[in-house]
Every structure is written in structure tokens, then in C-alpha cells.
Design a protein around this ligand. Structure first.
Ligand code: ADP
Ligand code: MG
Length: 618
């Protein structure tokens, strides 16, 4: 069966729209997709290479370059070249104050609480904007290579990212013109790339060891019923392959009896040395001796000396693994799989020590700097509905909400929310002395509840009698990992509460979900205009109710002619309420409002002067 997917931006239907998976890395970023053979594949656009260095350069005339081209400027034009922007995503200046020297560009903030900005020339950029530039480059490469618009993506983040860092990543995606369907943890993506966690029957505990360019992290995950739970993460945000390169450069400086300060002051030389060091490190994958020259400087190193140089750093990562196991309350023997992620895990010593520590062979069959992006592409494919074999428990396919005045759908948990999730809103009564509140729960994307699917209805009883608008009723939705929706209603002034559980996925097929989504697109225009009429009508009804109540209780305040005019305007408003013309309703509301406003003021003045009179002095 051909899958139909919907472009929510344009409302058009597309066949087989491609959703890409993106690994937005600190050092390198890349994008992958599922090829026509149903296999994940990284995108190598026009032979530019798979990895896009996460570097942005701003030229003197405002020209922006991203990737390899920008990387060239790291040494020649450091003030205008931004790298490692991922470290700043969703961060405040307070968060990064201790390591601000790390950045050669200007990281600033006038208010230490708010998010950092980066100053390049006279312009301030947020980390979100800079990340968006990298994402835009990836999107452009994907579109060029695949010859199709790419509008939707799954983007990965480290498991330890907090909500604000995740939100910042989402925002960067949006800014790059991507609808971010899901933010996925990097270790989760890596394990999907190995096919681990795709079978809902399996239960496993895995360790994902990720050593990149400048960061290290290890995650212990528990996989159960197709749900990935992060048991613990540990790591060091300033430990990675760059440290290996620096260790090699220091070694050569020493062997050649050079003055370190002098070498570092010569930016061109130190850059050449650094690149040579990286070359040597990579060469040890297939040779045991590296022997080259830069000018008069001998760059000689053999594999065992290299291993001695980096041993302490690798030991440090093993200590992190130990801590992660301790926090996760599991020991080595309970780990079913160990997955290697990040370019630096190609180093033989790293693989050897990790395997020894966990007491089992590690997974390194998939290219470690591509594995996260490949897994993100698989997750994207799952979200696109192309893998019926996989249960997607961790996202709500349809919005969940309740019915409000006029039969409108008020969404509490929007579709595509990650599960588990909770959300709530506050409501009040519309009538004086209302002691019951009907709460009807619906699922669907339409503006009118009658077009959506009803899940449950209950009555919150025993609200103490109060004027309309006084009770505060909190309605909380909690959707747990098993897809059970717990609905809680509580009136805050009195504490009366009631709870029910429903299972939104019960009795609904994937095809029905798809149909509901399609309908919401087809009817979007009508729905919006209907919603506006209903909202106007509800507002009008409330207005009639309030003014009539005022006339009844405060007749002594207003003259007979004023009463007559008010009744006339109420009549006009009531007439418009029967029609479907929202502008006419708004006009009648405004006129009634305008005319009666002075009454309320008069009442207020009277109340104040009465209060003053009541205060007897002496
Ligand atoms: P990040 O996730 O931080 O963006 P990557 O996973 O792309 O980083 O890893 C980049 C690091 O991997 C760099 O330090 C690079 O030198 C290192 N690397 C790449 N290939 C090799 C290799 N063959 N041997 C050792 N290190 C490598
Ligand atoms: Mg990475």
C-alpha cells in the first residue's frame, strides 16, 4: 500500500515524502535518509563528503559559509568563525562562565540569567540561529542530493540535554525551515541503527559509549516494549579526540626540542601540526608507524607511543562508565550490548579498553561517526509510518483535549507529543452557582469536538456555589509510557477532585488515525471560520448573561432610558447570535460594551464611597 503523507505547511498531499535524520554534532553534523531499498544511508552531496564540520564563518561582506570551507577560517579568522555552538545551545551565561576562554569568538550576555549570544562583527547571533545555519546547510545538501524538498526531520541530541537545550534544538530546526517531528537521544538513535530496540518483545540493557571530537558521554539504556529509558548518563564535556591531537602535538614539540609558546604563537604552524597529528591518529587504524615532516620538524610517532600518550584520557572515560553503571544500579554482567559511537572510537586502544571493561565485544560494525544519523533516519521512517512492524508507543498520533463552550476542541496535549508527557490548563464556570462541571475528553485535530473522537466524559461534582468565573478548575492530562491517559480535574478553591483513566489508542486503527489527519487538512479552512463564529457567539452569550445579571441586581443605578437602550442593544446582540456572521456579533458586543461600560464605573465609584463612609473615624 502506498503511504500518503501530509505536508502540514501547505496542506498538500505528497507521496512518500522523505523525512531525514540529522545528527547535529559538536564537531561534525550529518544527514541521513532511508533509501529506496529501505536501508538507512548517509547523504554525500556532490562528493562534498558526508561529515559537515559544525563550523560557521562570517565573511567581511556578510557572506556565510558552513562546513569544511568555514573550518579553514578557524585559524586565519578565529573571531569570525564559530565552532562548538552546540555547547551553547539553550545555555545561560552562568552555565558557561567557567569555560568561556574555550571560545575564540565573543560569547556575551548582559543579563547572566538569560541565554547567551555570540557577537560576530557588529551582529549578535543566538546559538539557535547559528545551529539553524548548520541545519540549513544539511537541508540544502539533502534536497540537492535527493532532488526533492525536505521539510521534515528528526534531530538527535545527547541524552543529558535538558528541556531548554532540547527546545533550542527544535527552534533551530524550525528556523532552518524544518518541521522537527522528534528530538531523539543520540544513544537511542545509535541503538536503532544496530536494530536494537526495534522488536517490541525484547528487553535489554545497553551501554552506548560516545567519544567525539571534544566531548565524551556514556549512557545506560533500558529497552522494554520498544521504549527506551535512560537509566543513567555520565561523561566529560571537555574530553575527546581533540585531546588526542593535542597530546601528539605536545609530543612532537618535545621531541623536536621546540619552544611550545613559540609554536602556539605561530598560528599557521600550530594548525599544520594539529592537522598532522589528526592524520597520524587516523593512520594508526592501518599502520603502526607514522613518519612525516613539516619543514624541518619531524612528525614521527609509532602506535604504542601514541597509546601511551592517550592512555590517561581513555582511563578517564572508563571511570565515567563505572560511574554510569553505579548510577544505573546495574553491573557489567547485566549489560547486553555495548555500542561504540563517535569518530574517536575508531582508535584501537579505546575499543580494547571499553571491551575489557564491559567484558564483552563491542559493536563497531556501523561507521561510528554515521551511526547516530543513520538511527535518526530509521526513527524518521518509523514516524512516517513506513514500518508497520514497529509499534510507536512513544508519541501521540492525535491531539488530546476537552470540549469547551460552544462545542469547541481545546487541545491539552498536542499530536506528536513525546510520551510520557503531562500538560494542564485552568478553566472556570460560565454560570453563577454552577456546582457541576462536565468534562468531555476528545482526540483529534478538528476544531469542533463533534468531528473528533470522544474518549470519555465525567462530571466534576461538588464545586461550592460561587459566581461565574470564580471557581478555578485545573484539568491535567498525564499520558504515560503505556499510552494510558489519566485525566484529573481539581477545583483549587475547594479541593474537590476527580480522576479517570482512558486508553486513547484503544479501538482505533492506524488507517483511522491517518484518515482523521487527512480530514483535518481538508477541513482546515472551514474549521477555522467555524471556530471564529463559535468563539464570537460564546463571547456574546457571556456578555448577554453578564449584562442581564447586572440589570437585575443593580436596577437602581441606571435610569429608565438607559435600561431601555440596554435592553435594545441586548436584543440586537441576541439576534446576531442566531446568525453565523462573526463580524456582526463582534459589532453588537462592542456596542453593548461601549454603552454599559459607564454603569460599571458608576457602580465601582459607589462601592468605594460606601466603603469610605463605613470607615467611621473617632
Ligand atoms: P562529534 O560527535 O563531537 O561531532 P565526531 O563523532 O564526528 O564528533 O568525532 C570527531 C572526532 O573523531 C575527531 O576528533 C576526529 O579526529 C576523530 N576521528 C575521526 N576518525 C578517526 C579515526 N580513524 N581514528 C581516530 N579518531 C578519529
Ligand atoms: Mg556525536
Amino acid at each position: 500500500m502506498a503511504k500518503v503523507s501530509i505536508n502540514l505547511a501547505t496542506g498538500s498531499l505528497q507521496k512518500e515524502e522523505i523525512i531525514v535524520g540529522i545528527d547535529l554534532g559538536t564537531t561534525n553534523s550529518l544527514v541521513a535518509f532511508i533509501n529506496p531499498d529501505k536501508n538507512p544511508q548517509v547523504i554525500n552531496d556532490a562528493g562534498k563528503g558526508v561529515l559537515v564540520p559544525s563550523v560557521v564563518h562570517f565573511g567581511p561582506a556578510g557572506e556565510i559559509s558552513v562546513g569544511n570551507e568555514a573550518k579553514e577560517y578557524l585559524i586565519t579568522d578565529p573571531q569570525n568563525t564559530v565552532f562548538s555552538v552546540k555547547r551553547l545551545l539553550g545555555r545561560s551565561y552562568n552555565d558557561i562562565e567557567n569555560y568561556k576562554d574555550f571560545f575564540s569568538y565573543k560569547v556575551i550576555d548582559d543579563n547572566t540569567e538569560s541565554l547567551v549570544k555570540i557577537k560576530v562583527g557588529d551582529t549578535f547571533y543566538t546559538p539557535i540561529e547559528l545551529s539553524a545555519l548548520i541545519l540549513k546547510e544539511l537541508k540544502a545538501r539533502a534536497e540537492h542530493a535527493l532532488k526533492t524538498p525536505v521539510n521534515r526531520a528528526v534531530i538527535t541530541v545527547p541524552a543529558y540535554f535538558n528541556d531548554s537545550q532540547r527546545q533550542a534544538t527544535r527552534d533551530a530546526g524550525k528556523l532552518a525551515g524544518l518541521d522537527v517531528l522528534r528530538i531523539v537521544n543520540e544513544p537511542t538513535a545509535a541503538s536503532l541503527a544496530y536494530g536494537i530496540g526495534l522488536n517490541p518483545e525484547e528487553t535489554k540493557t545497553i551501554a552506548v559509549y560516545d567519544l567525539g571530537g571534544g566531548t565524551f558521554d556514556v549512557s545506560i539504556l533500558q529497552i522494554q516494549n520498544g521504549i527506551f529509558e535512560v537509566l543513567a548518563t555520565n561523561g566529560d564535556t571537555f574530553l575527546g579526540g581533540d585531546d588526542f591531537d593535542r597530546a601528539i602535538v605536545d609530543y612532537w614539540i618535545e621531541k623536536n626540542q621546540l619552544n611550545k609558546a613559540e609554536v602556539l604563537a605561530d598560528t599557521s604552524l600550530s594548525q599544520q601540526l594539529r592537522l598532522k597529528a589528526e592524520e597520524a591518529k587516523k593512520a594508526f587504524a592501518y599502520q603502526s608507524l607514522f613518519n612525516e615532516k613539516i619543514g624541518e620538524i619531524w612528525c614521527t610517532l609509532d602506535r604504542s607511543s601514541f597509546e601511551e600518550l592517550i592512555l590517561a584520557k581513555v582511563q578517564q572515560t572508563i571511570a565515567c562508565c563505572q560511574n554510569a553503571l553505579k548510577d544505573a544500579k546495574v553491573d557489567q554482567s547485566q549489560i547486553d550490548e555495548v555500542i561504540m559511537v563517535g569518530g574517536s572510537t575508531r582508535t584501537a586502544l579505546v575499543k580494547k579498553m571499553v571491551a575489557e571493561f564491559f567484558g564483552r565485544p563491542v559493536h563497531d560494525e556501523v561507521n561510528p561517526d554515521e551511526v547516530v544519523a543513520l538511527g535518526a533516519a530509521i526513527q524518521a521512517d518509523v514516524l512516517a509510518g513506513n514500518r508497520s512492524d514497529i509499534l510507536l508507543l512513544d508519541v501521540t498520533p492525535l491531539s488530546l483535549g476537552i470540549e469547551t463552550m460552544g462545542g469547541l476542541m481545546d487541545v491539552i496535549i498536542p499530536r506528536n507529543s513525546k510520551v510520557p508527557t503531562k500538560a494542564g490548563r485552568q478553566y472556570t464556570t460560565s454560570v453563577d452557582g454552577q456546582v457541576n462541571m462536565k468534562i468531555a475528553v476528545y482526540q483529534g485535530e478538528r476544531d469542533l469536538v463533534k468531528e473528533n473522537r470522544k474518549l470519555a466524559e465525567f462530571n466534576l461534582k461538588g464545586i461550592p456555589s460561587m459566581p461565574a468565573g470564580f471557581p478555578k478548575v485545573d484539568i491535567n492530562f498525564l499520558l504515560n509510557a503505556d499510552g494510558i491517559l489519566k485525566i484529573q480535574a481539581i477545583e483549587l478553591r475547594s479541593g474537590v477532585k476527580q480522576e479517570i483513566d482512558v486508553k486513547p489508542t484503544y479501538g482505533i486503527t492506524d488507517d483511522q488515525v491517518e484518515q482523521m489527519l487527512l480530514d483535518s487538512i481538508t477541513h482546515a479552512k472551514d474549521d477555522v471560520s467555524q471556530r471564529m463564529v463559535i468563539e464570537a457567539r460564546t463571547e456574546g452569550e457571556q456578555m448577554v448573561y453578564t449584562v442581564e445579571r447586572f440589570l437585575k441586581n443593580n436596577s437602581s443605578f441606571i435610569s429608565e432610558s438607559e435600561t431601555a437602550e440596554t435592553l435594545k442593544l441586548i436584543g440586537v446582540l441576541k439576534n446576531t447570535l442566531n446568525g453565523g456572521d462573526k463580524d456582526a456579533i463582534h459589532k453588537a458586543i462592542d456596542e453593548l460594551n461601549e454603552f454599559t461600560r459607564p454603569f460599571a464605573e458608576r457602580l465601582m465609584d459607589e462601592a468605594i464611597s460606601t466603603a469610605m463612609k463605613g470607615k467611621s473615624i473617632g
